[in-house]
Ligand binder design. Structure first.
Ligand code: HEC
Length: 128
């Protein structure tokens, strides 16, 4: 039976006010921003460990010759990839580590590397 009262009930259920949509939307946005900031504040154990190690530039230069010169040039002067002489001034060590291990900017690949080797590479890059 379609009584007037059941009709109004149906109508009520169908109607979602724009205000509710707006509320839901902003709640979602706030939640995503929250997750994002939590993520960037979380210390990455690999980075923490790497930064705690004293790197050795000579060993780092060998690693660089094996892994990086193909793109960054034999003396890091830049080739397919950019010149890295200013990299340690322009980027934090953290950012450089991320650049090497995460592969965030193709075509530069991500490298599977030990914290000690990464510390050596960083030490080498600081000598450039
Ligand atoms: C396949 C080529 C390739 C290899 C191998 C490679 N890179 Fe790169 N690298 C690039 C490219 C291309 C970029 C620029 C990416 C971009 O557009 O931000 C880059 C960017 C970088 C940057 C950021 C420089 C800046 O000023 O933004 C650093 C630091 C870096 N590479 C370090 C290394 C190290 C260390 C290695 C070796 C472990 C290495 N790369 C190996 C291609 C490569």
């Amino acid at each position: 039976m379609n009584t007037p009262s059941s009709n109004s009930l149906i109508n009520k259920e169908k109607k979602i006010s724009p205000f509710r949509i707006f509320l839901l939307f902003s709640a979602t946005v706030v939640f995503i921003i929250f997750l994002w900031t939590m993520g960037s504040f979380k210390e990455d154990p690999f980075i923490t460990e790497t930064l705690s190690i004293q790197g050795e530039a000579l060993s780092g230069s060998k690693l660089f010759k094996i892994n990086c010169v193909g793109c960054h040039g034999i003396s890091a002067q830049g080739f397919v990839g950019p010149d890295l002489h200013e990299a340690t001034q322009e980027m934090s060590d953290k950012k450089i580590i991320n650049q090497v291990i995460r592969g965030l900017t193709p075509p530069m690949p991500s490298f599977e590397i030990e914290p000690q080797s990464m510390a050596d590479l960083l030490a080498y890059m600081h000598t450039l």
